[in-house]
Design a protein around this ligand. Structure first.
Ligand code: ZN
Length: 259
């Protein structure tokens, strides 16, 4: 029996010890990468995974795509040396209007506070080291709430910003907050090989412009992390995804009834 054709795409944001909902401690990140090698998996970029799928029709086996949203400067300090040590790659999605500044596009989680973002020289260094640089808009807006013109400026503009600074084409995109609209996915379909959401699950035969991911924040326990990567938790992920949808429906109905 062949294994199901699925790929785990991991989501990270910031590597720090603040305990915020977008943070993973640097020491845990080291353990997670070590644990991947122990179970025979290699970390790759989303672009590499998509290239494999485009050329063979399947996701690569014994690989996990590692993605970092937003472009926090702590990627350079805490992720790059570890990924290099294990010979892994990853994708970092950059908010180009905040490069070299901080994460003040929206109030950050209280515990996290304001954090510095990667600079262009650091982004170039990452790219030269084999890390994929993906786009994550210019100002991190909710793409469901912007005009068609702003949609283009935000998405195509962020690609142009990145390509001015690195020697590689931008092939991948992450929707800010994971919010997806038909207009945004049609722009993404024209510009990218693939785009990721925050929908929970492993990627299978999904529309490449709306790929699901697994947020590592929910899998801090190493055995649970390994089980997800090895595909032993697909039923659990589906149940949790349904739980999230059901939770939203209940809130919507409750809000309507109390209005
Ligand atoms: Zn983001």
């Amino acid at each position: 029996m062949t294994a199901p054709d699925r790929l785990t795409i991991l989501t990270y944001h910031s590597l720090d010890d603040t305990g915020s909902v977008v943070s993973i401690p640097p020491s845990l990140f080291v353990q997670q990468m070590q644990s991947l090698t122990e179970i025979g998996f290699q970390g790759i970029s989303l672009g590499q995974a998509l290239d494999n799928r485009r050329s063979t029709g399947r996701w690569p086996e014994h690989r996990v795509a590692i993605t970092f949203d937003d472009g926090f400067a702590n990627f350079h300090k805490h992720a790059l040396p570890v990924l290099t040590r294990y010979g892994f790659s990853a994708t970092v999605f950059i908010v180009t209007g905040h490069v070299g500044q901080d994460n003040d596009w929206a109030p950050p989680p209280d515990e996290l506070g304001r954090q510095p973002m990667l600079s262009w020289p650091q982004i170039k260094e990452l790219s030269d080291a084999g890390i994929e640089i993906g786009a994550h808009t210019r100002t991190h807006p909710d793409l469901c709430k912007v005009s068609a013109k702003e949609l283009d400026t935000e998405i195509a503009g962020s690609v142009a910003d990145i390509e001015q600074h690195i020697d590689q084409p931008v092939k991948t995109f992450a929707y800010p907050y994971g919010y997806v609209s038909p207009a945004a996915t049609s722009v993404a379909a024209k510009l990218f090989h693939g785009a990721v959401t925050t929908r929970l699950g492993r990627a299978g035969n999904d529309d490449p412009t709306q790929l699901p991911r697994v947020d590592t924040y929910y899998f801090k326990h190493l055995p649970a992390f390994r089980a997800v990567v090895e595909g032993r938790s697909d039923a659990y992920l589906a149940l949790r995804r349904w739980g999230r949808v059901a939770g939203r429906l209940v809130r919507a109905v409750t809000t309507r009834n109390s209005a």
